[in-house]
Write a new protein. Structure first.
Length: 337
C-alpha cells in the first residue's frame, strides 16, 4: 500500500487492507482475489483507494465518506449517497460519467459509507502531456457536455436527494439565503471572518431577492467541474476525448451560471456551450455573488475541515475581494437605473 496523504484533516482516515478485501469479497463473491491496493493522493474530503481483482478481473476505485460529520455543511452530509442518482441522470443523457458498482451506508463492513466505482483508464484534463491544441478541443467538448447537464431541470432550486426529490425552494433567492446563512453560521462559530464582514455577506442575498429571482429555471449544475474532475482518454485513432465527468457529488439545481465561476467566457469552452455570458451589470453581479459564496464557503473548509493555512489566506482574500466587487457592480447598476 502507498503512504497516506500527509494532512491533519479530521475528515480523512485510511482503513486497513483487510477491510478493503472484505468489501471486495462481499461485493464480488468469496472467490474474489484482490491483487493490489493503493491509497490515492489528492483528495482530502473522501479517502480514496485503487485496487485490482481477479474473479472478476477488474480495476476499481473505493471512496470512503468523511469520518467526522461535525464540521460538515448540511449538504455535504448526504453527498455520497446522492452521487449514484446524479450519475444515472447524466448517463440517461449520454453524458459520460462514473459507473457506480455499489453504494453502502449500512455500517455492516465498515462504519463509514462508501462508494465502489469502476476504474476508468484515463488521464485528467490538466495532465501536462495534453498539448495546447488538444486542450482547446477538449474544452469545447466539455462545453457541449456542460450545456447538456444544464438541460436537466427541476421545479425546485436546491440539493438533489437520493430518492429523486430536491431539498430546496421554488425561488433561487431563498436557496441562496439558506446557504449563505449556514456558511455565515459556520464561519461565525470558528471566527473565520469578522462579524461585520459576515453581515455584509448574508445581506447581499437577503436584500437583493429580485436580482436572483430573475432566474426562473432550476438547472442541474455539476458544481465542481474543474480540470481534475474531467477524465480523458485516446480513441482508436489516438485522438483524445472526454471519458467521464467525475465527482458530481456537489451537484445542485441552480442558476446555470452558477457553474461559470470557473469558465467565465473561456473561449473554447463557451464555443462548445453555444453562447457567451452576458457582461451586462445584473448577470455580472449574480456571477460575482456566486464566486463570493464559493470563497466564503471554502474559507471555512480550508480553515476548519482540511486545516490548510496557505489555502485559507488566498481564499479569504478572494472572498473579501468578491464582496467588494459585488458592491461596486451593484452600485453601478443602481446608478444606471
Amino acid at each position: 500500500m502507498s503512504n497516506a496523504n500527509n494532512n491533519i484533516s479530521s475528515l480523512y482516515a485510511p482503513i486497513t487492507d483487510e477491510a478493503i478485501i472484505a468489501i471486495a469479497k462481499d461485493t464480488f463473491g468469496s472467490d474474489c482475489c484482490v491483487q493490489h491496493i493503493s491509497l490515492l493522493k489528492g483528495g482530502l474530503f473522501n479517502t480514496t483507494y485503487f485496487f485490482e481483482t481477479e474473479a472478476p478481473v477488474g480495476k476499481w476505485v473505493l471512496r470512503l465518506a468523511p469520518q467526522d460529520l461535525e464540521h460538515l455543511y448540511s449538504f455535504e452530509k448526504q453527498m455520497m449517497a446522492v452521487e449514484p442518482y446524479i450519475y444515472n441522470l447524466l448517463q440517461a443523457e449520454n453524458i459520460p460519467s462514473s459507473h457506480v458498482i455499489r453504494y453502502d451506508d449500512s455500517g455492516r463492513l465498515i462504519a463509514r459509507p462508501y462508494l465502489l466505482i469502476e476504474f476508468i483508464d484515463s488521464i485528467q484534463l490538466n495532465d501536462p502531456s495534453i498539448t495546447p491544441e488538444e486542450y482547446t478541443r477538449l474544452k469545447e467538448e466539455l462545453g457541449r457536455y456542460t450545456r447538456q447537464i444544464h438541460g436537466i431541470t427541476s421545479d425546485r432550486f436546491g440539493w438533489p436527494q437520493r430518492d429523486g426529490t430536491v431539498r430546496g425552494y421554488t425561488s433561487w433567492s431563498r436557496m441562496l439565503m439558506e446557504l449563505s446563512a449556514e456558511v455565515a453560521e459556520r464561519c461565525r462559530a470558528y471566527q473565520v471572518f469578522e462579524e461585520k464582514v459576515l453581515n455584509e455577506f448574508t445581506s447581499i442575498f437577503s436584500a437583493n431577492c429580485e436580482l436572483f429571482d430573475e432566474i426562473k429555471v432550476p438547472s442541474l449544475v455539476h458544481n465542481d467541474l474543474w480540470d481534475p474532475n474531467v477524465l480523458v482518454r485516446r480513441d482508436e485513432d489516438g485522438e483524445l476525448h472526454i471519458a467521464a465527468l467525475i465527482d458530481a457529488d456537489r451537484a445542485v439545481y441552480a442558476d446555470r451560471e452558477y457553474e461559470f465561476i470557473l469558465y467565465e467566457n473561456h473561449a473554447s469552452f463557451m464555443k462548445g456551450y453555444g453562447y457567451e455570458l452576458s457582461m451586462d451589470l445584473r448577470p455580472r453581479a449574480r456571477r460575482t455573488a456566486y464566486q463570493m459564496m464559493l470563497s466564503f464557503l471554502c474559507t471555512f473548509v480550508y480553515e476548519v475541515q482540511l486545516v490548510l493555512p496557505e489555502s485559507v489566506v488566498w481564499c479569504k482574500q478572494d472572498a473579501l475581494h468578491q464582496l467588494k466587487a459585488f458592491q461596486e457592480i451593484w452600485s453601478e447598476a443602481a446608478m444606471e437605473e
